[in-house]
Design a protein. Sequence first.
Length: 342
Amino acid sequence: MNCSKRILAFFLVLTLVVQVLPLSVFAEASNSARATEQEIVSEETPGAEEETPAEETSTLQIANNLEEASEEAAAVPDDLNSDSSDETVSGNCGEDLSWEFSPKSGTLTIMGSGKMSNYDDFNQTSPWSAYASQIQSVEFPEGLTGIGNYAFAGCSALREIQLPEHLESIGSYAFRGCAELSGELVIPDGVQVLNRGAFSGLSKISSLVLGESVNDIYTSFTDYDHALYGMTSLQEITFTGKTVPTIDRYTPFPGMNSLETIYVPAEAYSAYVTAYKSYVPAKTRFMVTGASSDFQIDEGVLTAYLGEGGEVVIPEGVTSIGTSAFQNCITLTNVIFPDSLV
């Protein structure tokens, strides 16, 4: 707004200077003659007031005009200087879905129900792609069932999302490159597949919760095509499903060097450990969600030690120890076995 006023003031002043310039040139050309006349008048009329030279008059006039121009620019109504980019924009993004974006608040609002249209990063980008660097939050309706391919890819300023409870699908590369998203990301229970590149490049996410229906994670590549590539700040993952999600080829935890804990359901602990133990970083531990004891024991088998380490006394009644019971428990110093151990 201030910038617009300054530009307006500049053009007003420029116009005034052009108008005054001929007087200044004329005054300079006749300066000598007027000086002679002033001397004569001074001699003939003692005490007569000295006439102000034309050059000084011109300079004074320009200064006064400059001041007036600044005052005029300051008086321009604010609505004439308002930035049209602050206006809310809207459109459609599905058969029964519409969208609205407010540049002023940075909020993109999706309205309606059903599945969102699919997009790409070449010929048919999302309708709000022109504002990708301005979108800071997205509000979803509870009736949204599907997020389209590339829907929010490249929204580099996006800081927060809360996926709707009834969501069933998330398209390929839907949130790729949303590097400012941070904190916890929760995938709703209705989503079954984490598609290609869906959440790649989310380097500030610290906690990931996968809904109970997630049964497949796209891992055919270890770059931005991987569903979870680039989550370098991730510290914990919670699997809520009792069925271990399948993986295509590579690790489900690419580049997750900050990963400390993987929480899984008690009844599926052994299945998760067996499926993923060769992929986890050296310091990552499998833990049972909501465990009330340091020991996970199934029919006499110690399947998991969940404590903090140090000296561990295995309780009586344990008859055998599972192959991954103490996996990555680097703080363990001593283990005391019970008499019941075969």
